[in-house]
Design a protein around this ligand. Sequence first.
Ligand code: PLP
Length: 399
Amino acid sequence: MSNTTSVSQISPVMATYGRFPVTLVKGKGSYVWDNQDNQFLDFTSGIATCNLGHVPNAVKEKLEEQLQNLWHCSNLYNIPNQEELAELLTANSCGDQVFFCNSGAEANEAAIKLARRYSNKVKGNESPTIVTFMQSFHGRTLGTLTATGQEKIQHGFAPLIPGFSYLPFNDIDALDELNSIKPAAVLLELVQGEGGVIPANQVWIEKIAQICKENDILLMVDEIQTGIGRTGTLFAYEEYSIEPDVISIAKGLGSGFPIGAIIAKEEAAKGFEPGSHGSTFGGNPLATAAGLATLTHIIETNLLDQVKVISEYLDSQLQSLKEKYPFIKDIRGKGLLKGLVVEINALEIVQKAITNDLLILTAGPNVVRILPPLTASKEEINEFIIKLEKTFQSIEKGE
Ligand code: PLP
């Protein structure tokens, strides 16, 4: 029998993350503070989540208001915030109906379930296969880690879910395989985030969209990292001039309050009917208050115009750094989702940046991922470049 009263040295929190030695207790705009009151410039945005910066007033006020009224009531009753948010999402996308959940993985899980059920119940087609792409990242549930095209994410979790096929990303010739696989759906990221900040090629995407249309295959885009303005448009698919059947979103939608959703075209949404899918917390009054306030703020303040200007400025500054530091091999990404491809260890840069009061991320071993809030100012970009350059200099000196 285990002795539950014995003093243990192990952390009570499971070791699923390799954490940096920083304890954050406060945030405002582009900055966070640790428990020693040290201030950091946060260009991670909680991994593309705090798109309006930390504790944005527009969202805080609406959350405070909702806190006074109703926190939770279940999806057995109508939820006005949920309906308003669904209206706003469908009015500003090519989709017609929304299902709400609590995270990115749950959104993709819903997309996968919708595709299978649509294929099975609406089309009367037996094909349950979902095609995804190598280096993709779609989440950590058993379904979405199976969808993820990375062995390291799947390792140890066999048996995986049957009915997934993987094709190489941005490989136009490999798309011929879609004709023999005849999948129910294709699920892809328009900029692979975790996989190394790799944007999809326009011609490749157009070909996928064409094959999907001609063969009645659902085109599903995972906009969990790219969506809600991150790439400079509300959804990255807008930049590719395609119309997906299903869009999954999460991260930036709630400004840090957990929320996820899929937006589906009317035809695809027929895959679900009462009882076929659900979530206790999904779209509850608090979460949808946060989502509604976030999206309303982005739209009403024309924030995306500013994102275009700031991201071009960030590009130009990163290009200047690339000219100075030969270990920077490439600058990739869209809008304010940027990746610096480096010949040195990206994690070392991220760790060293912390000592210069700068928070940034990796995306694989050789890519430094930069995710400023969409509200970042030119002055904050300048401060970022100074801090990043200081970091590079200390690495070059071997400090
Ligand atoms: N899909 C993409 C593209 C992501 O970037 C992520 C998270 O990083 C997910 C899905 C999973 O989202 P969550 O961690 O909210 O489950």
